[in-house]
Design a protein around this ligand. Structure first.
Ligand code: NDP
Ligand code: 2IT
Length: 448
C-alpha cells in the first residue's frame, strides 16, 4: 500500500490505463513502493510530473512479422519494441523471443531497463522488444527467416545513436547475427546497432559471460560488505540453464562455490557432487537440448520433472536466472526454512513481490534484478564504446570494467538505501539510485 498521495494517484491512474498488464503493474508497484521516502524529500518531482512521465513509454511499436516455415507455410507473429525512456542516453535493451511475450511483458522489461541502465553509470536509456515467436524446434533456416522478417520492420525504429537492441530469452549470438545482417542489408551501413554481436563483426569479448559473471561480482561484494563472508564454500542453486545461468555457474565455481542444481522450463537436475558445466554447455549451447539429458549423462545426478521444486533444495545462495515470477512466496518460505543466506536475481523480476517481502522480513541478503543482473547491459554499453572507437579491448580489460561497475552498483544501492532510511534494503537502494539520475536528467531537459 502506497502512503504518499502523489505516488498513489499516479499508480492508480497507471492501473486504470493499463488493464490486463499485470507484469507491468507489478514492476511499477515495486518501484513506487521503494521511492516513497525519496519522493517525499523532493517535491519538485510532482511539480514536473516526473512519475506520470516515467510510467508512460516514449513510444511502443507493435508490428506484424510474416515469415515462411520449412514446409512453405506462411506464419505470422507479433513484434514489439518499447522505447521507454531516453533521458540519459539512447534507448537500450534486449529482444525476447518466447511464446509468452505480450505488451505487458515487454513494458515491464522496458520499465525495469530504465533504472538498471542508469545504475550502470553508462549513458544508456531504457527499452525492450521481442516477439511471441517460439524458437524451440525451429531449424536454423527458419530462425534466419524469422529474424530477417522481424528486422524488416524494426530497422525503421532503431540505430546506433537512437536505439540499440541486444539479446534476452530466446535471442543469443545466432539470432543477433541474422538480425545484424538484415539491418546492414537494409540500411547499407555497418554500425554498432546491436550488441551481443559475434567477435568477428564488432562484438565485445566477455559480453557472453557478462550477465552471469556480473551477478557473481555483485553477490560477492554483497556478501563481503554485509556479512563479511564470500561465495567460497557455499552451496548454490541456480535456476535456468540459458546464457545467464551458465555463466553464473561458471563464475560461482571459479569463486569456490558449489553449484548443485540447474533447471529449464520442464524440470531440474540435482548433482550433489557439483554441476559439471562442460556437460551443461554441450547440451544447451551446442546441441540445444534439454537439462534432463544431464542426468542421463552424469552418474549420480537426478532429474525432477517441474521447475518450481528447485527452490526446495537446501542451499546457502539462491540465484534465480530463468524468468519472471519463477520464485513465489512458497518457494521463498522453503528457501528460508532451509537456511538460505543470500538471494540474487539473474533473471528480470524472478521473485514475486510477496517473495521479496518475505526475504527482506527475514533479513536474507537480497540483490534485486535491476542491480544484480546489470552486468549484461553494462557490457553491451562497453561494446558500444568499442564500436564507436573502432577498437577492441582484451577480455581482461572488459572483465575488469564489468567488475568495477558491479561493485559500484552495489555501493550506490547500499548508500541510497541508507539515505532513504532503509539501511540494508537493496530493493529500495537500487530503485532510488537508478531513479535519481533519470529524474534529475528529465528535470534538466525540460517538459516534454
Ligand atoms: P536464455 O534463453 O538463454 O535462457 C532462458 C532459460 O530460462 C532457459 O533455461 C529456459 O528454459 C528458462 N525459461 C525461460 N522461460 C521460462 C519459463 N516461462 N519458465 C521456466 N523457465 C523458463 O535466456 P537468458 O539466460 O538470456 O535470460 C534469462 C533471464 O535473464 C531472463 O529473465 C532475462 O530477461 C534475464 N537477463 C538476461 C540478460 C542477457 O544478457 N541475456 C541480461 C539481464 C537479464 P527453456 O529452455 O525450457 O525455455
Ligand atoms: O535484461 C537485460 O538487461 C538484457 N537482456 C540485456 C540488454 C542489453 O542491451 O544488453
Amino acid at each position: 500500500m502506497l502512503r504518499n498521495a502523489y505516488l498513489k494517484r499516479v499508480y492508480d491512474d497507471t492501473v486504470r490505463n493499463n488493464p490486463s498488464q499485470p507484469e507491468f503493474l507489478q514492476a511499477v508497484g515495486e518501484v513506487f513502493e521503494s521511492l516513497e521516502t525519496y519522493v517525499e524529500m523532493h517535491p519538485e518531482l510532482e511539480k514536473a510530473g516526473i512519475m506520470e512521465r516515467l510510467v508512460e513509454p516514449d513510444r511502443m511499436v507493435t508490428f506484424r512479422v510474416t515469415w515462411e516455415d520449412d514446409q512453405g507455410r506462411v506464419q505470422v507473429n507479433r513484434g514489439f519494441r518499447c522505447q521507454f525512456n531516453a533521458a540519459i542516453g539512447p534507448y537500450k535493451g534486449g529482444l525476447r523471443f518466447h511464446p509468452s511475450v505480450n505488451a505487458s511483458i515487454i513494458k515491464f522489461l522496458g520499465f525495469e531497463q530504465v533504472f538498471k541502465n542508469s545504475l550502470t553509470s553508462l549513458p544508456l536509456g531504457g527499452a525492450k522488444g521481442g516477439s511471441n515467436f517460439d524458437p524451440k524446434g525451429k531449424s536454423d533456416n527458419e530462425i534466419m527467416r524469422f529474424c530477417q522478417a522481424f528486422m524488416s520492420e524494426l530497422y525503421r525504429h532503431i540505430g546506433a545513436q537512437c536505439d540499440v537492441p541486444a539479446g534476452d530469452i530466446g535471442v543469443g549470438g545466432r539470432e543477433i547475427g541474422f538480425l545484424f545482417g538484415q539491418y546492414k542489408r537494409l540500411r547499407n551501413q555497418f554500425t554498432g546497432v546491436l550488441t551481443g554481436k559475434s567477435l568477428r563483426f564488432g562484438g565485445s569479448l566477455a559480453r557472453t559471460e557478462a550477465t552471469g559473471y556480473g551477478l557473481l561480482y555483485f553477490t560477492e561484494e554483497m556478501l563481503h560488505c554485509m556479512k563479511n563472508d564470500s561465495v567460497a564454500g557455499k552451496t548454490i542453486v541456480v535456476s535456468g540453464s540459458g546464457n545467464v545461468a551458465i555463466y553464473a555457474v561458471e563464475k560461482a565455481q571459479s569463486l569456490g562455490g558449489k553449484v548443485i542444481a540447474m533447471s529449464d522450463s520442464a524440470g531440474y537436475v540435482v548433482d550433489e557432487n557439483g554441476i559439471q558445466l562442460d556437460v551443461v554447455k554441450q547440451i544447451k549451447e551446442v546441441e540445444r537440448g534439454r537439462i534432463r539429458e544431464y542426468a542421463e549423462r552424469v552418474p549420480g545426478a537426478k532429474y525432477v520433472e517441474g521447475c518450481r521444486g528447485i527452490w526446495t533444495i537446501p542451499c546457502d545462495i539462491a540465484l534465480p536466472c530463468a524468468t519472471q515470477n519463477e520464485l513465489d512466496l512458497d518457494s521463498a518460505k522453503a528457501l528460508v526454512r532451509n537456511g538460505v543466506m543470500a538471494v540474487a536475481e539473474g533473471a528480470n523480476m524472478p521473485s514475486t513481490t510477496e517473495a521479496i517481502n518475505y526475504f527482506l522480513e527475514h533479513k536474507i541478503l537480497f540483490g534485486p534484478a535491476k542491480a544484480a543482473n546489470a552486468g549484461g547491459v553494462a557490457t553491451s554499453g562497453l561494446e558500444m564504446t568499442q564500436n564507436s572507437m573502432r577498437i577492441h579491448w582484451t577480455f581482461e580489460e572488459v572483465d575488469k570494467k564489468l567488475k568495477d561497475i558491479m561493485v559500484n552498483i552495489f555501493h550506490q544501492s547500499e548508500e541510497a538505501a541508507a539515505e532513504c532510511n532503509a539501511p540494508g534494503n537493496l530493493v529500495v537502494g537500487a530503485n532510488v539510485a537508478g531513479f535519481k539520475k533519470v529524474a534529475t536528467a528529465m528535470l534538466a531537459e525540460g517538459i516534454y
